[in-house]
Write a protein that binds this ligand. Structure first.
Ligand code: RB5
Length: 153
């Protein structure tokens, strides 16, 4: 197990059926889960959860974030608006591994409509246990530079 122990976690209504199982799984494998709540089965808005998880990670309270909505897409789009966040939508083991290894993602976004609960748990574990490879740092630095320049305008 790696040394990442604090996770920020958020879901919308589309992930209602998987959220408790996923949260318990993360706690069972030793993570401290900061849960940003859930609105119930009625409709809620994924940006509300994405921004809280993203700010927790960007502010250093959590090491990494996990967001689940129907597809992971809306969560990723919203989380990526927060400075310092690299949120990646993943849909299988390879993408979960490479999001960390190549893209230095700090927030993993998954879909309850595109993966089973077992696949979701497995992808999270792979993501958390895969270190970033320094040989990709040049590209990540370029992304950070784009973020810096655009925010200065
Ligand atoms: C909610 O119906 C759905 O749009 C949301 O969970 C997510 O899939 C958006 O990207």
């Amino acid at each position: 197990m790696d040394n990442i122990k604090k996770l920020a976690f958020g879901t919308d209504h589309a992930a209602a059926e998987v959220r408790d199982t996923v949260k318990k799984y993360l706690q069972d494998i030793g993570y401290e889960v900061e849960d940003f709540g859930f609105c119930g089965q009625g409709g809620c808005d994924y940006p509300d959860f994405a921004v809280q998880v993203a700010e927790s990670v960007a502010g250093g309270k959590a090491n990494k974030g996990v967001l689940i909505c129907g597809t992971g897409i809306g969560m990723a789009v919203a989380a990526n608006k927060v400075k310092g966040i690299i949120a990646a939508v993943c849909w299988n083991e390879d993408t979960a591994r490479l999001a960390s290894r190549h893209n230095c993602a700090n927030v993993l976004c998954l879909g309850s409509r595109t993966a089973t609960v077992n696949e979701i748990c497995h992808m999270i574990k792979i993501f958390l246990n895969t270190p970033f490879e320094e040989r990709h740092k040049r590209r990540i630095d370029k992304i950070k530079e784009i973020e810096k320049q655009r925010r200065a305008k």
